[in-house]
Design a binder for this molecule. Structure first.
Ligand code: GDP
Ligand code: ZN
Length: 321
């Protein structure tokens, strides 16, 4: 038995964790039973659904048979999570669990298309709120510019770059604007997030034609003769350069953010919120709200304010903190 080997989780398949150690060997590991205790209720609230996630640095021990057991998980630099589906019997009052999607991420690319499917700024803003609250570097990709006959992508590009986000207007199919994304990936752990059909796989295939990313959605495949679900995979696309793929997770609803905190993750609101008349203001319809005044004054766009109100409505009253 060899102990204290450091590695990184690069693939999770059912209950198997594949850990890549320093000489690039990939070891199949299980999780030490003690971790299951972490799933206990803490004051009414179940904190996390996944104890270990893709991208985690771990320490494991290795049996003579070459099977590993994860003994500890290092603190995460950051992680992307979402509100998981309701778990049976887990909580009173309908509270929800946090599902960690991936850890230690350098770049998150939110991928959208300007057309087919229709551009969805609410989706972008929901993912922004989730990622901002986790401290992840965000870029926005607007794909299918070849279909953009009204030049709408330029307006959205302006809107988001004014807030301070890096925006790429591209056509994955026609290989327009793709190179500048590719150059940001070097030596980083990257994740591309978008609704189905926006062109993520096409984009990845255009950048890395030798890798053959699936076009279309396939979350289950056969390995060793059995059907298993791959929860996540970190693919090495170059030396020390990774892309995280999370088949089967499509939607992100921000987890654990209180109503009064949502505005903190709408970056351009921050300059105004201290001028609101009431410090309990959630910028809905309170008198003397400086955010509303800024919207009227066109300092904050209506599109962002509307998506903010929409997101506020999805924050559940019965969330337990
Ligand atoms: P994913 O679900 O996000 O991985 O999307 P896919 O890569 O599977 O693409 C969905 C569909 O959009 C496919 O039919 C692609 O050929 C198409 N598509 C992807 N990128 C572009 C693009 O830049 N322009 C156009 N017109 N179609 C695209
Ligand atoms: Zn206000």
């Amino acid at each position: 038995m060899e102990k204290n080997i450091r590695g990184r989780i690069v693939k999770i398949e059912s209950k198997d964790y594949y850990v890549k150690e320093e000489n690039d060997e990939i070891i199949r590991c299980s999780l030490r039973g003690k971790f299951k205790k972490t799933l206990q209720l803490k004051k009414d609230k179940l904190t996390t659904l996944d104890v270990a996630s893709i991208g985690d640095w771990v320490n494991y021990s290795l049996s003579t048979k070459g099977i590993g057991v994860i003994e500890s998980i290092e603190d995460r630099k950051n992680y992307l999570s979402r509100k998981a589906g309701k778990a049976r019997g887990s909580l009173k009052r309908g509270g929800r669990l946090e599902q960690v999607i991936a850890s230690n991420i350098d770049n998150l690319f939110i991928v959208t298309s300007i057309k087919s499917p229709k551009f969805n700024n609410r989706f972008i803003d929901r993912v922004i709120v989730s990622a901002e609250s986790c401290g992840i570097n965000i870029s926005i990709v607007i794909n299918k510019v070849d279909l953009d006959d009204g030049n709408f992508s330029a307006e959205w590009e302006q809107l988001y770059s004014n807030i301070g986000y890096k925006v790429f207007v591209i056509s994955a199919i026609e290989n327009i604007g793709v190179k500048s994304i590719k150059s940001l990936l070097q030596n980083k752990v990257n994740i591309f997030w978008g609704q189905s059909g926006v062109g993520k796989s096409t984009l990845l295939n255009t950048m890395f034609s030798h890798l053959d990313f699936e076009v279309g959605d396939i979350s289950e495949y056969s390995s060793k003769g059995t059907h298993t679900t791959v929860t996540g995979e970190m693919r090495e696309i170059g030396e020390n350069t990774y892309i995280i793929d999370t088949p089967g997770i499509k939607e992100i609803e921000p987890y654990g953010i209180k109503e009064e905190d949502v505005c903190h993750y709408y970056k351009e609101f921050l300059a105004y919120i201290q001028d609101c008349k009431f410090n309990t203001c959630i910028h809905k319809h309170e008198p003397g709200c400086a955010v509303v005044a800024a919207v009227e004054d066109k300092q904050i766009t209506y599109e962002r304010y509307e998506s903010y109100l929409n997101l506020l409505d999805t924050i559940e009253d019965d969330m337990i903190y």
